[in-house]
Design a binder for this molecule. Sequence first.
Ligand code: AMP
Length: 281
Amino acid sequence: MQVIKQVEQMRRWSESQRSKGLTVGCVPTMGFLHEGHLSLLRECSRRADRVVMTLFVNPSQFSAGEDYEDYPRDFEGDCKNAEQCGADVAFAPSVEEMYPEGYQTYVSVTEVSRDMEGAIRFGHFPGVVTIVTKLFNAVLPHLAVFGEKDYQQLKVIERLVEDLNMGVEIAGLPTVREDDGMAMSSRNVYLSGPQRQQALAISRSLFEARQAVQNGERESSVLRYDAAVKIKSAGMEVDYVAVRDSVTLEPLVKIDRPARMLIAARLGSIRLIDNMQLFPG
Ligand code: AMP
């Protein structure tokens, strides 16, 4: 696997693959790879002839006071794992390469990024949308693979690509979970043993909400209330528990169409998100 750090070199590499008639797939990540990321890489190498993993902890998507400086990093380990899962290139630019002095362009998606993560993490989605646009301009992919773990992000990227006619196919893959149901996340390393047990309340609430819907519950308010109570009783602070139309992310009062529950909660300074399809279950 080749490591590329310059945008121009990345573009030249992709242009040469494209000129040979090969398809280029892209898996954007912030590194510290776990099985969730690796599942995206494997699927990308099934679907595209060449795979580029991007590895960039993007400062512009972290708000003031968030964990940008402390975000876990393991460049060597990530390269080894990515190569084993079919990556041909790790595109790992520096912050200066992506945001050189004088940088002043930001891209934003409106409606779908307005609430949930967008309301709580001010500036997060403009940061995500801008870096994804820049990464796509460097990697020139035919296909990009994202995880449903960040479900609102996936919907925001789908909107971006469609609205700006980017011509990149977006694939969203299911969340990979630990055996006990917890969604894998690079941020799980922040959790102590007891905190990990507390944090399990998030995935349990999602599984229980899905079960309740299977048993006939159709009131979104009941599902949201039950989940919030469970998470609070585990000692966590709830940022939001939402039940949304899985396509548009509009709030749902009744579960009468494909629906998704999305949760964000905090344990001290550690913030975790997860979501699940409720219906069809
Ligand atoms: P990140 O490194 O956190 O920016 O994530 C990079 C990509 O991996 C995003 O598309 C995430 O949605 C995806 N991802 C993160 N965790 C998981 C998981 N547990 N299962 C599947 N995909 C994931």
